[in-house]
Each structure stands twice: as C-alpha cells, then as structure tokens.
Ligand binder design. Sequence first.
Ligand code: ZN
Length: 192
Amino acid sequence: MTTLDIINVGHPTLREIAAEIPVDEIKSAQIQRLIDDLIDTKRAANGAGIAASQVNVALRLFVVEAGSNPKFPFKPAYPLTVMINPKISFQTAERFENFEGCLSIPGLRGVVHRCPVIRVQGYNRDAEKVDFEIRGVSAGIFQHEDDHLNGVLYTDKLTDTKTLCTVEEFSTRYEKKYKEMVVNVEQAYGPV
Ligand code: ZN
C-alpha cells in the first residue's frame, strides 16, 4: 500500500486545468500505479473521493468511493469508481444544498449547490468507455472531484461564504439538518 502526500489549498497545482490521459496510456504501469496509490490515499484519509490534482498530478483522473466512512457516516454508500477523462452533464435543473469538505482544505465544511441527477461519460481503468447516470447525494461527490480537474475548489462555489464552518461546528450545529436533507434528496432523486 502506498499513500501519496495530499497537497493543500494554496498549492498552484490545485488551480491547474488537468490534462487528459491519452487512452492508450491508461493501462500503462505508471497510470495503473497512480490509480492504486490514489485509492490507497483516499482510503487512508477517509475521503469520499480524491482527484489526481490533489496528489500534485494534473491529470484528468479521480476516484470515488463512499460508505463505511467515519467522516461522512450519513452519506449513502457508493462503490469504488475510477473515472478517467470524465465528462459530466446535468440531467435536471434541480439543485440540492450539499455540505462538502475537501481533503485539500482540512478541517472545514461549507454548502455548495449540486445537481442531483448527472450523466458521467469517460473511461475506466481498463481503458473501456463508460457512460452512466448517478442519482442522489453521490452525484455531488462526482461534481466536486470533477471541479478539481478544472482547478476549482468547493470554497469557490459556496452558496454563501457564511456557510463555511469547522468540522466540529458542523457536527454540533448542522449535521442533523444535513442528514435530513440527505434523506430527502435520496427519496426524491436517489437510485431507482
Ligand atoms: Zn476536494
């Protein structure tokens, strides 16, 4: 198992537009190792997702996996998914208020509007084309990670800068309300 150093807000790589990975390089030892290390790093840090930009590699690659995560026990489970060169399209005009954190912005949470139904197209780690829909709160994780590939952090998109809070204040003041919102979003848009 190899965990990589996660860079923090202020590091210029987090503001770069990440480059596409040539499809014929996806199965290279170098990219496959990067994917394995990203998975290990995400799991060790208890993140719901991680983008390559966050380990100082400006390539269009991210990993999502939610569930049995002590940081977000109230988020629905989502299986391990590796996305390469993703393209996300919104499938509804609706938005929900997602309380997000980021491994590159330690200790903070804040509210961002996310689309609850998205279509993701791209490649998996076997260099196969993938095209699928994500419904509910998990769609927010994909949008957060996709933003990283474009040099965008969730703090750029806060619905109101006053929603920014520490993890401790989140737990004390907002977690209960957020859990209720998660249940509502899953009922309205969640997997069918
Ligand atoms: Zn992040």
